[in-house]
Structures are given as structure tokens and as C-alpha cells.
Design a protein around this ligand. Structure first.
Ligand SMILES: [Zn+2]
Length: 139
């Protein structure tokens, strides 16, 4: 069995394109099929054979405790606009999980955090997310 690493053979990519841009280059030619050596359907470019892997998104957030209180953010956007939630968000490429946790709290609450370690990791397979939640204090 070939296994997944062959999907990352960058020699297959035309013109030095990044993996993220390929579906945009050949949008009409991506179909779902099972590549040779794999056990499930993938999005495959009919022109160059590029496999656009779809993997869980990583959400990183924090439970920020201060003087017996917990920092909550009120959502300003859908989904669940108006609901209270922990400061959290999708990780960006090029940042660490810790940087993502601190960025999320800064963007959503203008809070600078001191992280005290991982509180919980949730695998939410039905929506394709892995959520990593830190225990934190205001810095
Ligand atoms: Zn292609």
C-alpha cells in the first residue's frame, strides 16, 4: 500500500504552485475518486493527478480564569451570533497552537494571555474539527 505520504510529492505540482492554490487552478477538473493505494475517496485533479486532501480543521481556544471568573466572548458573527463562547478560532498556517490561542484571545477580546497548559482536546468527527483548549490567565 502506498500510503498517504505519496500525496505530498511536490514534484507533481506544476509551476511551483502551492498545494492550496491547485483546486483554484483546475476547479472544473477535480472529481472524487479513490486514488491507487488509498482506501477512501479523495478530491483528485483530472489534469495533473494532484490529490487535494481534506483533513480536520484545528480550532484552538482558551479557558481564561481570573479572580474566580471566566473570560467569555459574545459572538458578533454567524453561526450563533449573540451567543457567549470561549475565545477560540481556527489555526492559521505558520503559527503554533500556543500562538493561535493567544491570537484568538487578542482578536476577540483584546486579551493578552499567559497559557498554563492544555486543558482538553476534543475530536468532533461529525464536523471535522479537533479543538485544543488551553487553561490560561490574563498576562
Ligand atoms: Zn491539476
Amino acid at each position: 500500500m502506498l500510503g498517504r505520504p505519496t500525496g505530498f510529492d511536490l514534484r507533481l505540482l506544476p509551476g511551483g504552485a502551492s498545494a492550496a492554490s491547485l483546486p483554484a487552478m483546475h476547479p472544473e477538473n477535480f472529481t472524487r475518486r479513490t486514488p491507487e493505494g488509498e482506501d477512501r475517496e479523495r478530491l483528485v485533479c483530472g489534469d495533473c493527478g494532484f490529490v487535494a486532501y481534506e483533513n480536520p480543521k484545528i480550532v484552538v481556544g482558551s479557558v481564561v480564569a481570573e479572580d474566580g471568573r471566566i473570560l467569555l466572548c459574545r459572538r458578533a458573527i454567524e453561526p450563533r451570533r449573540g451567543y457567549w463562547t470561549l475565545p477560540a478560532g481556527y489555526m492559521e498556517l505558520g503559527e503554533t497552537v500556543e500562538e493561535g490561542a493567544r491570537r484568538g484571545a487578542w482578536e476577540e477580546a483584546r486579551a493578552r494571555l499567559e497559557l498554563d497548559g492544555v486543558l482538553a482536546i476534543y475530536s468532533i468527527a461529525r464536523i471535522g474539527q479537533v479543538q485544543i483548549i488551553y487553561r490560561a490567565r490574563l498576562a
